[in-house]
Design a binder for this molecule. Sequence first.
Ligand code: AMP
Ligand code: GLY
Length: 418
Amino acid sequence: MNVLVIGRGGREHAICKAMAKAPSVTQVFCAPGNAGIAACAERVNIDENDQESLVQFAKTNQVELTVVGPEQPLAEGIVDRFLAEGLFIFGPSKEASRIEGSKSYAKELMQRYNVPTAAYETFQEAASAKSYLHTKGVPIVIKADGLAAGKGVVVAMTMEEAEKAIDDMLVDEQFGSSSRQIVIEEFLVGEEFSFMALVHEDIIIPLELAQDHKRAFDGDKGPNTGGMGAYSPVSHLPEGIAEISMDTVLKPVVQAMVKEGRPFTGVLYAGLILTQTGPKVIEFNARFGDPETQVVLPRLKTDLASLLLKLLKREKTELEWDENTIAGVVLAAEGYPGAYTKKILLNQFKKEEELLFHAGTEMDGDDLYSAGGRVLLAASSGENLEQARNRVYSYLNKQQSEKLFYRKDIGHHAMKKE
Ligand code: AMP
Ligand code: GLY
């Protein structure tokens, strides 16, 4: 079959690589893709938000399955548009994607269905937000209600930070309409992990767990980012944690969405934190995680395209996993997640590697350049996390670029416990 992948980041590179090696796939298209994706898919020069052109492309190129990477086109209803044309597409409807697009919607849903999450309130006025803040004290967490590319969350350790976050979001509209409403929630303590599942209405296929590293710098310091590195599986978590999370979070939420008349199809990503009282939800995403996908999908031995199509047709599926651990480290442009250096020369990364994922790259003539804040993700596989991370860091030591930075401690939580 012909497959179309929508997006241009590291996650989409991982999806394209998985599609390219799937026996059921003849041709992979990626719109618009990036320089690295060109090695495993045919790039299509259509913006990920140009629904009309994407539908036309899918029709004229006999695309049997479309997979949507990023959140924006989902929030704008690309899935509804494809379905109206009778095209198979893997992703949630506009309504269902609100589980990611509106934190207050996700919180209300969880509250209604007793899904464990941090206590919270929502606000549109800075004054009432601050008076709530004063009754709660710090540490506390302030979140922009809408989409903010992983940057709309401030974990405030002091009152000043918390008040500044409230003003930035509600008064200065730091994230535009995404921060006209905010959620203020309880600060939770525990080990975080990412649980992605392939979902179609009431059917849930859990994927293996991963752990992301959200902060920009070593030791989990610095601002939140889209994610600076990940590994999978997460073997230091207690036995049975995936099953518990399925029973207390994924199943009730998936059933709730059916009940509420917004059945979810696509990747349901639960960002979870293992507290003293069990796993609680930090956030939901309505799509594959980035960078988790780059360390989870290469471990999946099953044909991804036929798996997704079978799920959409409600046919029986079975998954097979590689037992090895994959550790992936993001290379970001200096300055990221703030203003960052642009157009960094990257010719040392031109060679295609199985576990090298391009996140923001473009060719200019024969030269490879960065084209984004998160630029690449280098990953390695090993029999355990220690071996995988030793391998990836020894590769990175040989590839240094002055204008890129990366965390030197991906996997440090697990290493402490091994
Ligand atoms: P999010 O974008 O909602 O995943 O938040 C980004 C990061 O902020 C999370 O991965 C956590 O590290 C942190 N965070 C968010 N919410 C909370 C919370 N309620 N308690 C503690 N940390 C949080
Ligand atoms: N890695 C977190 C995300 O994809 O939002």
